[in-house]
Design a protein. Structure first.
Length: 210
């Protein structure tokens, strides 16, 4: 039997924007304000900041989605919109507790990443071991709630390893794929050592029970 999702679970908290996309944009907006130094950021700079940090798995008008999420955060009292003397829109936190309140606005389902891959190196070689050890270091970060890296010794498929990573929500997943050590690992090892791979990203999950 498939567990039916309630209307509350299916409803997005920003009309027209899915929860995973809204989560990413919310997180980026909050960080953009915090990293501005003055606690105030111009709309143009905020749009650029969010664009650089949001990774979408579907086609969507990102600028439109950012505006919708921004309006939602304003209506919730998380951010405040003001204007400079030359009518430039300025975004800041509405109160001292805005950042914490904004964190609770995110509510997407857990995300699971699964990657099966094959290396160019000989099995159990020192090069293979180095790759595995460095990969484990990259995966052992707060963004990843749980991960598992297993070796495939069967003959039903050509992949030698399978890694599964669990993330609390899409915001955590987005932070992970922009994590500097992961980017460096991809450039130094993954792009050179992986000869074949396939991957799956599950953005929402339902538990199937008999």
């Amino acid at each position: 039997m498939i567990r039916q999702q309630s209307k509350a679970e299916k409803r997005t908290y920003v009309e027209g924007v899915s929860t995973d996309v809204a989560d990413q944009i919310t997180e980026a907006i909050l960080n953009g304000i915090k990293e501005s130094g003055s606690g105030v950021i111009e709309l143009t700079s905020l749009m650029e900041y969010v664009n650089d940090r949001v990774s979408l798995q579907q086609n969507i008008n990102l600028e439109w989605a950012i505006i919708r999420v921004k309006k939602s955060l304003e209506s919730r009292g998380v951010i405040r919109i003001t204007y400079s003397s030359d009518r430039v829109q300025l975004i800041s936190f509405a109160s001292a507790n805005s950042a914490a309140i904004g964190q609770f606005a995110t509510s997407s389902s857990p995300v699971r990443l699964m990657i099966a891959f094959k290396l160019v190196h000989e099995k159990y070689s020192s090069e293979e071991n180095q790759f595995v050890q460095d990969m484990l270091k990259v995966l052992n970060v707060p963004y990843v709630e749980h991960f598992e890296l297993i070796r495939n010794n069967g003959k039903l498929n050509p992949f030698e390893f399978i890694v599964t990573c669990h993330f609390k929500n899409y915001s955590a997943f987005d932070k992970f794929i922009h994590y500097k050590p992961l980017i460096e690992f991809r450039k130094q090892y993954w792009d050179n050592d992986v000869v074949d791979h396939t991957h799956f990203i599950y953005e929402s999950q339902e538990l199937l029970t008999p």
